[in-house]
Design a protein around this ligand. Sequence first.
Ligand code: NAD
Length: 499
Amino acid sequence: MQELTHYINGEHVKGTSGRFADVYNPATGEVQAKVPLASAAEMDIAVQAASAAQPAWAATNPQRRARVMMKFVALLNDNMDRLAEALSREHGKTLPDAAGDVQRGLEVVEYCVGAPELLKGDFTDSAGPGIDMYSMRQALGVCAGVTPFNFPAMIPMWMFAPAIACGNAFILKPSERDPSVPLMLAELMEQAGLPKGILQVVNGDKEAVDAIIAHDVIQSIGFVGSTPIAEYIYGRGCANGKRVQCFGGAKNHMIIMPDADLDQAADALIGAGYGAAGERCMAISVAVPVGKDTADKLIEKLIPRIESLKVGPYTAGSDADYGPVVTAAAKANILRLVETGVDQGAELVVDGRDFNLQGYEDGFFVGPHLFDHATKVMDIYTKEIFGPVLVCVRAETYEEALGLAMDHEYGNGTAIYTRDGDTARDFANRINIGMVGINVPIPVPLAYHTFGGWKKSAFGDLNQHGPDAFKFYTRTKTITSRWPSGIRQGGEFNFKAMD
Ligand code: NAD
């Protein structure tokens, strides 16, 4: 059995806590490795190494720091197949999807190559007589990130690339479900020229996260995962005086207007609802067709598309549309929620409950499901299922559809399918959700925009990546300077405006 490590101060280090978690191959159900779960003492070793290495890194000029990012991008491309394979083996997603996971992280690293430009401060010449004023953005020091299982390459890179480009040291606590790719990324960063101690991976569970929250030296925490944990880390982290941003769960609605191209909408729902087995925070999990005719036609178009979905292991390459879910517990939770949908009276028009993949009977595969006539009080509507289950809630009017999305506690992403510019514009303006697609099912912003939801999908003031990340990972300092020739008037006792 492979025993994974931590990556501390440039070395692979064995766990010493004596606690481990199983890492599965979700396609076969086999335990393929065990990952050490760090104690607070092990976390402290990493924090001390980070703290020792960070000042010199912050003093390295930003162009040199950016060159590490440039080299890292090249290494990611060189190692793409190896990374995607390791990712699929632990997560279960298909190989093309795993490569996409790496690619969407890589694009943020590319953005970070522009750090020298993004970190430039402001300058006011002659703010007063002989007085100049300037502000600069300085690194926070030691930062930490806690990431979810569903994007083990992309989300760690969304955090550590801007943090490090800004001159911080970063401690990553990845998901214990799929920790291998984060370890590989740390190795590649060092091959790209990053000094030891600036990026470390400390594997673990709640104990390691609590050690991050409690550690005085750690200045900031970035979290992505489920909403209850996001709320816990946000509350505790802020109370401990840290800068914190936490991104939580989702229930993304797609509104389908009567004038929409229904073939296009149905295709979009298949990709956005079932891709990655529905384990995406930007997956569409609720379809809201407007009007009975739209709903009937949409369901009619969805059923054959769903029934012909190919579910398989990542080794099937592009012959699989989606793979298994991440653990047996995740599978059980999805099937439990499906049962509540049936019990509470929704119509299960595509039933994947008996799905079995020959040769992979012990894998964590879940067949695709489609519910029609769900209502807003049902568990399948109120809760995040995070599986290949699309829930259709019919609406009579556009206002009713809009109200459903607005009243839902989550506000990560949403989409509208329509041919009418007025409706689309009204939707974009009024909706209380962070990322909006107009005839685009998964509106994940590119690296130079920012990513973040509203309501219970995000806690904190700034989004991930783009310009917000450079604000989150730096502090502003403003200097007012006057040189000796200007200081000849003796003491000044009033709080004075500039002349
Ligand atoms: P999770 O909340 O179970 O775990 C996320 C991280 O928190 C992991 O590193 C885990 O070790 C840690 N953790 C788990 N329990 C903890 C506890 N009690 N105390 C402290 N730390 C704890 O989430 P997950 O299952 O890995 O990921 C899926 C969730 O992430 C979904 O809800 C999904 O919507 C969400 N997600 C959100 C976004 C976004 O940007 N909003 C992106 C991706 C995933």
